[in-house]
Write a protein that binds this ligand. Sequence first.
Ligand code: NAP
Length: 273
Amino acid sequence: MKLEDKVALVTGAGSGIGRAIALRFAEEGARVVVNDLTRERAEKTVGELPDGRGRAMAADVSDSAQVRAMFEAVERAYGQLDILVNNAGIGSSRPGEWSEVRQRADARVMEAVSGQGITTHLDVTMNMTDEVWHRMIAVHLNGTFYCTREALRLMSRENRGAIVNLSSIAAWGLEAVPHYSAAKGGILAFTRAVAREVASRNIRVNAICPGYIDTPMTEAMSPLMKKSLLARTPMARMADPSEVAATALFLASDESSFFTGQWLSPNGGLFIG
Ligand code: NAP
């Protein structure tokens, strides 16, 4: 039981990686606040946790007032917060965003394989609307800031805590998703800056930069994109969300007591930094 007596809040825990983290943390003895956009989604994950270990709280992490109200509810319910996982995220900002890019990305894979040069252009950045850009930054980067700010206010009372931020290998630049890459790069820089700031309070802040994980988010990829990705991944598979949850457990627990401002990347060898 690596998280006995700990209270953890995991954002976006109604699905994918967040759900797997909530399950793993609860197995390790934590009481877990399961956040998601809707109460129904959060309740579904709570229903999978051991009795009494989970509590659902709906909030949009991109809305600072909703985030503040959620942390006030955590304080009322538990009087403490030991672990925050900033996991909530979106792969696209509007319905249909990916279907347009997918065709061009597929064409580029075929062109690259043919060896004749790439003549299909992605043209994502020059055609991106303000709204699509802002929503991506709002959920990932603003959400991470809003939740971290509130968590630090609670953790500073006891001068202890661990924050784990979901960045991505996209932080190093992933084609077709400049807004997502910018948000994830921002999260990594934020992680490093805040880690330096709050180390004197015995609060550790680290990031996970996963490669491709088999979740609803990656279902948007075409079969050809997946094949091309697996061909470039030395372990030739996507990860299960539980493999990211194991990384989150390490960074959230005392096992990583001398880690702060660091990133770990479960990615099957796709990116070796
Ligand atoms: P997922 O299965 O789509 O889960 C994300 C969850 O976050 C969903 O339940 C989603 O709700 C929720 N969410 C979205 N916007 C929210 C908001 N504003 N406030 C609260 N909750 C919100 O995705 P995932 O693959 O598990 O991704 C989890 C995190 O890992 C994300 O930060 C993602 O960028 C990162 N990541 C994923 C991969 C990968 O390959 N899957 C790789 C690297 C990093 P809705 O479904 O209702 O939108």
